[in-house]
Design a protein around this ligand. Structure first.
Ligand code: NAD
Ligand code: MLT
Length: 316
């Protein structure tokens, strides 16, 4: 990090972003880098910057905002804003922008991949085969066609997953109290209560924001209501599916499999869930494609340019 005083506004890039981000910012800014996941580094680096660009590993909380003496914009190159204290930023006069549509196709595609992987044991069979084991009956799976997919959170990503999995012949139901039944019906999706969804779903995929209401929504109580053959995917946020409750349900045979891209504590390299052969886990890869990263980077770079020029930042 450079401490040289600059006439140009300073943009701090606190996580690895697509090179397109810096290109889209252009020559009018001094660009600095830091490791936003390293708390001390972040608190020191944020002190004298005008904008900070982050993904999900950097916590821009009240403490970080208080440490920032001239911050004007927090730009989240992605969807979730759960790692930003938006009320604290607003109180401090700091604008928060994100790129809400940049990675939705990419995230939906990963969720579909996890659904298929849990149905057909692709990762476990791959690992076994490369370990010299040709085990066909052990990895017998289940078909997706004619099965019921329960989408919890029928927002941008939930809709894309519903559309894609419908193409596999799945019947799609959803729980989302903020969506009109008529709108869901237009997409061929039947809205249910959460309890009804838990009872009928053969597969459940979670696409909720992380809020006090959604943390633990798929917890012990919910996991006692599901079919024992259910496969559950969480590519939204860690903790919406309670990790301890899920491990207990897998151990007791109350859930047949899970696909997890997100964890309560990240990075997560050691979890009781990793001991289960029927758990497919990825390291928060939902947004990690070249295309999504490029779109997110360009989108937030444009927002930062507009915000620092004092112009209106349109909804992305
Ligand atoms: P969205 O805001 O478009 O959709 C969320 C939906 O959840 C909305 O329809 C809303 O009505 C519904 N909802 C909100 N609170 C609810 C509640 N208490 N009960 C039931 N439904 C509720 O969001 P999105 O773009 O679809 O993103 C969904 C999630 O995916 C977010 O948590 C986001 O951070 C996450 N995400 C993860 C990755 C990844 O890398 N794994 C990538 C992109 C997004
Ligand atoms: C998001 O909310 O956009 C995702 O968590 C992806 C990310 O930014 O890493």
């Amino acid at each position: 990090m450079s401490n040289v005083t600059s006439a140009k506004p300073v943009v701090l890039i606190a996580e690895e972003l697509s090179p397109a981000t810096v290109d889209a910012l252009g020559p009018d800014f001094e660009i600095r880098h830091c490791d936003g996941a390293n708390r001390d580094e972040l608190l020191s680096a944020i002190a004298d910057v005008d904008a900070i660009l982050i993904r999900s590993a950097t916590k821009v909380d009240a403490e970080a905002i208080a440490a920032a003496n001239k911050l004007k914009v927090v730009a989240r190159a992605g969807v979730g804003l759960d790692n930003v204290d938006v009320p604290a930023a607003t109180k401090a006069g700091v604008m928060v922008v994100n790129a809400p549509t940049s990675n939705i196709v990419t995230a939906a595609e990963l969720a579909c991949g996890l659904l298929i992987s849990t149905a057909r044991h692709i990762p476990a069979a791959n690992a076994a085969l490369k370990n010299g084991e040709w085990k066909r009956s052990k990895y017998t799976g289940v078909e997706l066609a004619e099965k019921t997919l329960g989408v919890v959170g029928l927002g941008r990503i939930g809709v894309l997953v519903a559309q894609r999995m419908s193409a596999f012949g799945m019947k799609v139901v959803a729980y989302d109290p903020y969506i009109q039944a008529a709108r869901a019906a237009q997409m061929g999706v039947k809205l249910l209560s959460l309890d009804e969804l838990l009872e009928v779903a053969d597969f459940i995929t979670v696409h909720l924001p992380k809020t006090p209401e959604t943390v633990g929504l798929i917890g012990d109580e919910a996991l006692h209501k599901v079919k024992p053959t259910v496969r559950i995917v969480n590519a939204a946020r860690g903790g919406i599916v309670d990790e301890e409750a899920l491990a207990a349900a897998l151990k007791e045979g109350r859930v047949a499999g899970a696909g997890l891209d997100v964890f309560v504590k990240e990075p997560c390299t050691d979890s009781p869930l990793f001991a289960f052969d029927n758990v497919v886990a990825t390291p928060h890869l939902g947004a990690s494609t070249d295309e999504a990263q490029e779109k997110a980077g360009i989108s937030v770079a444009r927002s930062v340019r507009l915000a620092l020029a004092g112009e209106l930042v349109p909804d992305a």
